[in-house]
Design a protein around this ligand. Structure first.
Ligand SMILES: NC(=O)c1ccc[n+]([C@@H]2O[C@H](COP(=O)([O-])OP(=O)(O)OC[C@H]3O[C@@H](n4cnc5c(N)ncnc54)[C@H](OP(=O)(O)O)[C@@H]3O)[C@@H](O)[C@H]2O)c1
Length: 388
């Protein structure tokens, strides 16, 4: 029997109305676009699982969807999407063929919507995967292949675990690409530890935790003092991005280049995690060491990049574009919860009803860590001890 739950939706008519009233994308109010709706869950099929959503993390692509500033995904998907591609929940019903999880298990989701022949996503769940329904809802029905058991004994609290389902696999994939590409060019016996730079944001901080755990020198260039302090406590060197005016001019990039040269004894950065593009891309390339690698799975500030191909060839710098992990890679990334991944979480845990405000604050860049929304008031016994 189908069930009706409360779930957030983004629809194309709300986007158009808000764009019209705001006049331009910069002035749009996200809280007027993301709205609480009703959703009829599909019946649980033999390979499906129904789970109660306990907590979710906010992801930046929802802002792209609500503002339609990259692609108007709600419009492309027929006028409406139910977003949410990172969740932690409790299994409440399973289909007859399901073996990997059981009723009562605490699970996390991965958002690889449709693996290609190599396992990498052709599309992302609850974004561009047709018919996919996201997890900013009280309950959800998914294929069991989309769930991984949450490592409840990993040492992280519930909110920290909820911060990771989307960002940790992204960081894991970026890191194995960055170090793998670097190692094609420079073997370990020539340089064991390298300099690794990440620009602000949750994915970058996890990328740097991977680098640090493997013995490399890690640097976090962020405008947020709280986030820098959290990473400095883990031995990751902070660089204040605002000291360089977020690279607004060529002189700012020059000053940043000089600073990086000083703190790396003239060696610069062998691996850079960008995620933002725009002015950050130019700054990242400016500090690339010979044989360096620049990786990104994001385009928050710009979708288009330009660079001097000759210079990059002469320096043997590789610019690599990535997207998201394979389902197996997501499982591997989950093994590193708590051992390597220790995310910073924003100081407010948002109530379900406050989810639109959470996204507005993400847009305003006022959060001090990864934002978490508590969806369930009533938590299962198995996680009660994990709530700080
Ligand atoms: N392909 C994928 O699988 C995937 C997965 C996750 C994220 N992403 C994309 O990657 C990007 C980053 O995501 P995230 O989750 O790591 O970030 P996040 O935790 O949401 O943080 C975004 C960061 O952007 C920085 N920022 C905001 N405005 C900026 C500006 N004008 N100049 C420079 N930095 C600015 C802020 O850093 P500071 O203020 O600290 O400097 C902020 O911490 C997003 O575009 C997201 O959509 C892609």
């Amino acid at each position: 029997m189908s069930r009706t739950v409360r779930a957030y939706a983004i629809d194309a008519t709300a986007i158009a109305a808000e764009k019209e009233s705001a006049g331009n994308v910069e002035e749009m109010d996200i809280t007027k676009v993301i709205h609480l709706d009703k959703l009829d869950l599909r019946d649980v099929g033999p390979d499906d699982v129904r789970f109660k959503v306990l907590a979710v993390s906010a992801e930046h692509n929802i802002n792209h969807a609500a503002l339609a500033d990259t692609v108007n995904i709600a419009d492309v998907r027929g006028g409406k999407i139910y977003p949410g591609n990172s969740a932690l929940g409790e299994v409440v019903e399973t289909g007859g063929n399901v073996k990997n999880v059981a009723v009562g298990d605490i699970v996390i989701t991965h958002c690889n919507g449709e693996p290609d022949d190599y396992g990498f996503p052709l599309r992302i769940w609850a974004y561009d995967q047709p018919e996919s329904i996201g997890w900013y809802s009280e309950e959800a029905v998914v294929g069991s292949w989309q769930l991984i058991k949450a490592p409840l004994d990993c040492g992280l609290n519930l909110w920290e675990m909820a911060a990771l389902p989307l960002r940790a696999p992204t960081a894991y994939h970026l890191w194995r690409r960055a170090i793998g590409i670097y190692r094609v060019k420079v073997p370990v016996e020539r340089r064991a530890s390298i300099n690794v730079l990440g620009f602000g944001g949750g994915v970058s901080e996890l990328f740097l935790q991977l680098a640090k755990a493997e013995g490399h020198n890690a640097f976090f260039c962020s405008g947020s003092p709280e986030r820098r302090a959290a990473l400095e406590a883990q031995g990751i060197v902070g660089i204040d991005q605002k000291q360089f005016n977020r690279f607004a001019s060529k002189d700012d990039v020059k000053a940043f280049r000089k600073h990086v040269s000083q703190i790396t004894n003239g060696e610069d950065m062998h691996a850079v995690c960008d995620m933002l593009r725009g002015p950050v891309f130019d700054a990242g390339l400016a500090v690339a060491a010979r044989m360096g690698v620049n990786v990104s799975a994001g385009w928050q500030l710009s979708q288009v990049v330009t660079y001097n191909s000759t210079l990059m060839s002469v320096k043997q710098v590789t610019i690599d574009h990535t997207h998201y992990e394979t389902p197996l890679g997501c499982v591997a990334a989950t093994e590193l919860y708590g051992r390597v991944f220790k995310p910073t979480v924003h100081k407010e845990i948002y109530a379900f009803e406050d989810l639109p405000r959470c996204f507005a604050e993400m847009h305003d860049n006022t959060q001090t860590g990864i934002p978490i929304i508590r969806v369930a008031d009533d938590m299962p016994e198995s996680v009660k001890g994990l709530i700080p």
